[in-house]
Design a binder for this molecule. Structure first.
Ligand code: DON
Length: 335
């Protein structure tokens, strides 16, 4: 990391300690640390090794300020959160029409791993469920598996601002237990929704889901989307701003699966969850939120993460349809 970035990181840390908002985050974490509903994912056996008590919260503003508490630098696998970003990668590589021909933008109201396709178009309904994600991963460009993986890793590097690594134990665990995803992929190949490189795409999907991130990374990634695709920490353009609208729209309607309706009612901002226990949420033009707590509800969403995001959007007045003044203003000096 260059001198500028290390200074910025130090400045952020000092600022984070001094700010009233960080004190609020500490209170929030203490409030929900005692919540022990939910269950750590085990259908991918390697995921069951997570400590159920891990709990980190990070908020990154579009001008690069960082506020975080708890286990916000504890690495875990990104899982389905990756789908929102790979959707952007596919859009940037092929444009809207090519991607729309392979995957829709309609919520299903079903579980994330449902084996269903749109009966009229034969497309998977949206890129946030496993079917649509596999079809989107199939669109990652490259002439070899290595080229495609490197393209994927560099894309995530731009969003996190750091080198990206894959948890190979989780990727192996996914591959060994991935029969349902294999069935989904072959069903989509039957309808021409994915190419002949089925096994290569599935392996790429397992690797994509096994990318290691932290709650801090998820907040930076969310803030990058909030900031028209410009990473607020590195100032690098991570994605063409034309496609941020598409990513946020589909996160907004489908990002929390069959909880998406209640999420829109209670929290309101675009978000994406993962069975590793992460949530990234995006307040456009304001900030990104990253939470990490491995205990999941029956729909595969982090129990503590949902509660933290609901509290944060109320405290900061982030709900897009909110009409009353916030308790804390993101833009204020002492925020
Ligand atoms: O394919 C799977 O089932 C996992 N790699 C991802 C599922 C997931 O994260 C669902 N999100 N809550």
């Amino acid at each position: 990391m260059g001198d500028h970035h290390s200074f910025q990181s130090l400045a952020n840390s000092i600022q984070a300690v001094a700010s009233p908002f960080r004190a609020y985050l500490c209170d929030l974490q203490q409030q929900y640390q005692g919540v022990r509903e939910g269950k750590v994912a085990d259908y991918i056996p390697e995921l069951a090794k997570a400590d159920p008590e891990w709990f980190g919260v990070s908020v990154v503003t579009v001008d690069g300020r960082v506020y975080e508490v708890g286990d916000c630098h504890q690495p875990f696998t990104i899982q389905s959160i990756s789908k929102a970003f790979v959707y952007g990668l596919a859009l940037e590589a092929h444009g809207r029409e090519v991607v729309l021909a392979k995957v829709g933008v309609e919520p299903t109201g079903e579980a994330f791993n449902a084996i269903i396709l749109d009966e009229v178009t034969n497309r998977p309904y949206n890129p946030m469920v496993n079917a649509g994600a596999i079809a989107t991963t199939d669109l990652i460009p490259g002439s070899t598996a290595t080229d495609r993986l490197n393209h994927l890793l560099d894309f995530f590097r731009r969003f996190t601002g750091r080198q990206i690594y894959i948890d190979t134990s989780v990727a192996t665990s996914e591959r060994i237990t991935g029969s349902r995803n294999r069935a989904i992929a072959h069903l989509m190949h039957n309808f021409g929704m994915i190419s002949d490189r089925i096994d290569e795409t599935l392996e790429l999907y397992f690797q994509q889901c096994s990318i290691l991130v932290t709650a801090h990374d998820l907040a930076v990634m969310g803030a990058t989307l909030a900031n028209a695709g410009i990473n607020p920490v590195t100032r690098e353009q991570a994605i063409d701003p034309r496609y941020v609208q598409d990513i946020l729209s589909v996160m907004h309607s489908c990002g929390m699966y069959d909880y998406s309706g209640e999420w829109m009612y209670r929290v309101g901002i675009p978000a994406k969850s993962g069975v590793g226990g992460g949530i990234t949420a995006v307040a456009p033009r304001r900030l990104g939120i990253g939470t990490f707590s491995p205990r999941l509800d029956p729909k595969g969403n982090s129990v503590r993460g949902i509660k933290v995001c609901e509290a944060l959007t109320q405290e900061l007045g982030l709900h897009p349809f909110n009409m009353v003044p916030a308790t804390q203003d993101v833009g204020s000096v002492n925020f």
